[in-house]
Design a protein. Structure first.
Length: 288
């Protein structure tokens, strides 16, 4: 069995082919998304991130090349592409704008119902999904439009959780939320991934979020794959990232400054917890 959930084989996607507005959005990309891991995708607006993830679940068909899901070419049988979208679910940016049902329960149940599941299984999935996103079961009979902005976001994410896809793609899931809201959303997403063991792909502009929640990172620039690897591998290449105006996590910048000032600490630190451990160890050595 393949160890990669998604594989791109020389994939290109061109908008407006044959017109004066032709634009290559993804250019001859080869990559592999490791199964059962959290992979972050970063890059500036226009770098090809959104096109890349829409190619992953068949919303877009490659102009050239192939996309494989668990070893199978997703476009081998175009009439079956709908089943790929159940296996590879996507949460778009600001998903709360897609809520439409009479109740929160019906909205979350919409995907599983369209999968042809029975009522008992649908009910289990709905209640399982709300547990991870932190929505009270008492809210299930409310109209989704009675919820707060953050609660609407959670309800929309729960709707994709309830389909239990093998691969879950989230495009800026914490966009526009305050720090507490970000922690609640991203923490719930990570808890869901750990329990279900599925493959998670997060698109984000936040280097801090990427460093904290992702295990692997893909960097896109002008439609091309610029870097890929573990968080440590990618963020250690700070000069390459900064050459295309991408930042490294703020805590990494701090540790690099401290090391340049002579402190005997590592500067390949990408989370606040890692930095705290480094500084705590330094202080204990100083007291010794």
């Amino acid at each position: 069995m393949s160890q990669d959930a998604i594989v791109f084989e020389k994939v290109t996607y061109t908008y407006g082919e044959g017109t004066p507005f032709r634009k290559v959005a993804v250019d001859n990309v080869g990559l592999a998304i490791e199964k059962g891991k959290i992979t972050g995708i970063i890059g500036h607006t226009g770098s090809g991130k959104s096109t890349l993830v829409q190619l992953m679940n068949g919303l877009l068909r490659p102009t050239a090349g192939k996309v494989f899901l668990d070893g199978e070419d997703i476009w081998a049988e175009p009439k079956k592409i709908r089943s790929v979208r159940f296996r590879c679910g996507m949460v778009f940016q600001y998903p709360e704008y897609q809520l439409f049902e009479e109740t929160v329960y019906k909205d979350i149940a919409f995907g599983p119902k369209n999968m042809g599941l029975d009522e008992k299984e649908i009910d289990r999935r709905v209640r399982d999904a709300v547990k991870f996103v932190g929505i009270r079961e008492s809210y299930l009979e409310k109209s989704p439009f009675e919820l707060s902005g953050g609660e609407k976001r959670r309800a929309a994410i729960a709707g994709v959780f309830a389909m239990e896809p093998e691969v879950l793609i989230l495009d800026e899931p914490a966009a526009g939320l305050d720090p507490m809201g970000r922690e609640e959303i991203l923490g719930g997403i990570r808890a869901y991934q750990r329990e279900k063991g599925n493959t998670l792909i997060i698109v984000s502009h936040s280097m801090e979020d990427m460093a904290r929640y992702s295990q692997n990172i893909i960097v896109m620039n002008e439609g091309k794959l610029m870097l890929s690897g573990t968080c440590r591998d990618v963020f250690s290449k700070s000069e390459i990232l900064q050459s295309v105006s991408l930042n490294i996590p703020q805590v990494t910048k701090l540790m690099q400054i401290l090391k340049k000032r002579g402190l005997p600490i590592r500067d390949d630190v990408f989370t606040v917890d890692e930095a705290a451990d480094q500084l705590r160890s330094l202080m204990e050595r100083g007291r010794g």
